[in-house]
Design a protein around this ligand. Sequence first.
Ligand code: SAM
Length: 226
Amino acid sequence: MGKNKLARFAENSTFEHVLQPSFTELVENGLALRGKWNADFFKRDAPLVLELGCGGGEYTVGLGQLQPQKNYIGVDIKGARIWRGARTAKELGLANVGFIRTHVDHILKCFGPQEVDEIWLTFSDPQIGKARKRLTSPLFLDRYKQILKPGGVIHLKTDSPLLYDYTLEQIAERKLPVHEQSANVYAELVQRVSEEEQAVLNIRTYYEQMWLAEGRTIHYVRFGVQ
Ligand SMILES: C[S@@+](CC[C@H](N)C(=O)[O-])C[C@H]1O[C@@H](n2cnc3c(N)ncnc32)[C@H](O)[C@@H]1O
């Protein structure tokens, strides 16, 4: 393992806003903060927003700055990536941002019923040939439905036509409400939304910047789970 990675792992364990629960802790008891994120972690009542598979947490940190009235948690299994977001949040003094290093599969052990207002899925792995593992598969949508409040929403931003089309199929099969949808965020969607929404859509993640440099088109859909 590289020296950089070890240093990042070491620094993660010093961050009060980074949780790294063990598998046993999660599976046996669930996270102690489950159902109490606002009261015990953020210490204020505010809409709770997750970014799942957050990587370097560009949306978690970017939204944390743009919308300080909400609380944000980035979730990813890779400690070195979470470190990037956690470090930036600390440097910016963002008290409304936290991270959990864990598998998204444990999401029900981390958040209580109807605890969450919004979920962002940013450039999730399209899992070619492994539909069950996609973060918008029926398995995951059922989990999100449990933790989202009534009226809660999921945002999917992706370069992958496969993941985008697959998600639209899941939405149609379940007859879920679509609040916004575009096959081309920058050529179409940002032209017709408010300045506030433009600022949100214009946040560029690490992977997004790579895909844009390759000339890929970015897709977006925002939908409810009931
Ligand atoms: C393609 S990257 C995108 C990262 C970031 N959202 C971005 O746009 O730059 C996918 C991320 O999802 C994380 N990931 C994939 N499956 C996961 C899972 N089941 N649980 C937690 N993290 C996962 C990976 O570690 C990786 O950081």
